[in-house]
Write a protein that binds this ligand. Structure first.
Ligand code: PGA
Length: 215
């Protein structure tokens, strides 16, 4: 079983998202063992949830979660509000750390909020410099230089980094950073890599399907 996560970031209108789904489901899946998690912007969660409810291997995730409980926190989206729509959430993505100055303390609170609301956190780390909270059982390793640049880290280096992280047994380890329909298979052949977190290429339903079916 490999994980395939689509991180749409701040892209797609509702119309674009529904069109994406139509294309994505156009032909039967070759890889029936894939676990697919789509992480769209918040307003797309409900329309997508309605469309995917009959597919057992497709899940939804948020790209972030509030560190707060629900209450007077203008602009925040706490776990309680999305818990009926999503099964997963990304936490600590490098863009959150870079543009929104998320700290390790905030990331820790977000992981706790996710768990409290039965949402599985996918903790994104840039390398050994980022704290790995032992309660996160899915880690997505995304070196900064590889995100959106076309310079993916080669699988052997990714596996070497994994070894240095001394993860708890059974922790799932995903890679992200310039994954595309040509290089995905190079990662998926290793049992040390449990899946891929895909940004740019996940915006195109044909390419994302190719990535999944290359496993
Ligand atoms: P990328 O983004 O695939 O466009 O490099 C990955 C990510 O930011 O999760």
């Amino acid at each position: 079983m490999k994980y395939f996560i689509a991180n749409w970031k701040a892209n797609k209108s509702i119309k674009d998202a529904l069109f994406w789904l139509k294309i994505f489901f156009q032909k039967p899946f070759i890889n029936t063992k894939a676990k697919i998690i789509i992480c769209p912007p918040y307003p797309l969660l409900y329309p997508l949830a309605e469309k995917i409810k009959n597919f057992s291997n497709i899940y939804l995730g948020t790209q972030n979660i509030s560190e707060f409980d629900s209450g007077s926190f203008t602009g925040e989206v706490p776990g309680l509000i999305v818990k009926d729509l999503v099964q997963y959430t990304l936490i600590g993505h490098s863009e959150r750390r870079k543009y929104f100055l998320e700290t390790e303390e905030q990331i820790e609170k977000k992981i706790i909020q996710a768990k409290k609301n039965q949402i599985e956190p996918i903790l994104c780390i840039r390398g050994k410099q980022d704290r790995i909270n032992p309660i996160a059982s899915i880690i997505a390793y995304e070196p900064d230089y590889a995100i959106g640049t076309g310079f993916n880290e080669n699988p052997e280096e990714v596996i070497a980094t994994k070894k240095k992280l001394s993860l708890k047994p059974k922790t799932l380890f995903l890679y992200g950073g310039s994954i595309n329909e040509d290089n995905a298979k190079d990662y998926l052949k290793y049992q040390e890599i449990d899946g891929l977190l895909v940004g740019n290429c996940s915006l195109d339903p044909f390419k994302f399907r190719q990535i999944i079916d290359s496993c």
